[in-house]
Design a protein around this ligand. Structure first.
Ligand code: AKG
Ligand code: FE2
Length: 199
């Protein structure tokens, strides 16, 4: 419980700084969503067991396995902590270039979620990421805090970001609707596409 409260505080501070960086007059516009008592934020523990070598002809360490398939996190902001076992990778561009993220148990890692991407019309982008488990080394463990709005909160770009050059890309939807879409689609699907106008 203390950990969740501490993560909520940390996420709120980071979101306030992001709001400030975007010159948003009401700088708590993002953090108040996750501070709301009805916030749908969750904590998840992940454990990726090291994959055992398959036999005399296996390729050993080269034989990487997907531990968590590629996806973007649907919420506003994720705070990740892990042990010192690697495996996390982020996709830097549309060409599918995967970059390993070095593990550091003394650090928190931040991942922008789809909801923040929509609220800021892409000024912050929800990076796709995945986890590989491989045949050498120990098990990776991570604790994920997903900061989310209340289920009935509307996810729609802040008016000051909308312009003729930057029109809204999706119809307004509630976090509850988006969460339902996320859980009823495949992990790697781009769920935001479901909310494009006319679909
Ligand atoms: O375990 C990790 O390092 C990342 C897991 C993840 O991306 C997730 O739980 O959404
Ligand atoms: Fe994730």
């Amino acid at each position: 419980m203390d950990y969740i409260e501490a993560m909520k505080e940390l996420a709120s501070e980071v979101l306030d700084l992001l709001g400030e960086g975007l010159w948003i007059p009401e700088k708590q516009v993002f953090s108040r969503q996750i501070k709301d008592v009805q916030s749908d934020s969750v904590l998840r523990f992940n454990h990726y067991a090291a994959v055992k070598q398959q036999g005399p002809f296996s390729k050993g360490c080269q034989e990487d396995r997907i531990g968590f398939g590629e996806h973007s996190d649907p919420q506003i902001l994720t705070i990740l902590r892990s042990n010192d076992v690697g495996g996390l990778e982020i996709c830097l561009n549309d060409d599918g270039l995967w970059i390993p993220v070095p593990p550091d148990p003394t650090q928190f890692y931040l991942i922008i979620g789809d909801a923040l991407r929509v609220l800021t019309i892409g000024r912050f982008v929800s990076a796709r990421h995945r986890v590989l488990a491989n045949t050498c080394g120990d098990s990776r463990m991570s604790i994920m805090y997903f900061g989310a709005p209340p289920l009935d909160a509307t996810i729609s770009p802040l008016p000051q970001f909308v312009s003729s050059q930057k029109p809204r890309l999706y119809r307004p939807f509630t976090w509850g609707e988006y969460k339902k879409a996320a859980y009823s689609s495949r992990l790697g699907d781009c769920r935001l596409d479901l909310f494009k106008p006319g679909i």
